[in-house]
Design a protein around this ligand. Structure first.
Ligand code: PGA
Length: 240
């Protein structure tokens, strides 16, 4: 894993936008895996700014988001789909038909997960997967546990994960769905390149364990040690 330390979140956002621009020069039809959460927000803002100024063209990319809450329709204000609309999709010029999402309101969850895996394969796989990390070591909604799932699946959320998502539901932990759909560990690890971003002192311990600790299902992000092309972007708080 290569580590990149920046003084500020703003510095990370700029570096990541540069990285995306470099990748697009090589592959204009990039297949991009995307996260939600607080961490990518500044990066999304920087992408939107560059698109608006004609410095970045996302009209040929395809995106796959990592996860979505079970039971929420794409237009539900607490859904990750709406989070992405607000922070990126409304400003980025990505053709809607190239935006892919697990549907939280799908009547048949297993069929929905299979459909998503097929769509990723049909797109040729993910070129660049961008990840945040939970304080408990989750990536996507692959939560710590005795076992992990290889493929897209139904996941039960930990209380900590629900608490950190309460903001999307008016601050109420009880309103956060208990389950979600998520890409699996193999879905993530089969991406050609992976970028993980962590900011703030609350992530310092988990970043250290992910990079230096044993590979364990109790810290799903530790499996990234098995991938040959991982860049970790941290600010001074999370890893400096
Ligand atoms: P955060 O979430 O960016 O809001 O810290 C990251 C995650 O839980 O994956």
């Amino acid at each position: 894993m290569r580590i990149h330390v920046h003084r500020t979140e703003r510095g990370i956002a700029t570096a990541l936008a540069d990285r995306l621009a470099d990748a697009l020069r090589v592959t204009p039809g990039l297949v991009l895996g995307l996260p939600t959460g607080r961490t990518p927000v500044q990066w999304y803002r920087e992408i939107a700014r560059r698109v608006e100024h004609g410095q970045l063209d996302l009209s040929r990319i395809t995106t796959f988001n990592l996860d979505e809450f079970i039971g929420l329709a794409p237009d539900h204000p607490g859904s990750y789909r709406q989070f992405m609309e607000r922070h990126l999709f409304a400003h980025a010029g990505i053709p809607p038909e190239r935006i892919n999402f697990l549907r939280g309101d799908a009547p048949d969850v297993e069929a929905e997960c299979a459909r998503y895996e097929c769509s990723i394969a049909e797109a040729g796989g993910i070129d660049l997967m961008v990840l945040g990390i939970g304080r408990n070591g989750h990536i996507g909604f692959n939560e710590p546990g005795a076992e992990l799932y290889a493929r897209s699946h139904r996941a039960t959320l930990t209380h900590d994960t629900r608490r950190s998502n309460a903001e999307l539901f008016g601050g109420s932990v009880d309103a956060v769905p208990r389950e979600a759909l998520s890409m699996g560990m193999a879905t993530i690890l089969q991406s050609r390149a992976i970028v993980l971003v962590a900011t703030g002192r609350s992530k310092a311990a988990v970043v250290q364990a992910m990079r230096r600790g044993r590979i364990t299902t109790q810290l799903p992000a530790s499996f990234l040690q098995l991938h040959a092309d991982v860049d970790v972007y941290v600010d001074d708080g999370a890893g400096g």
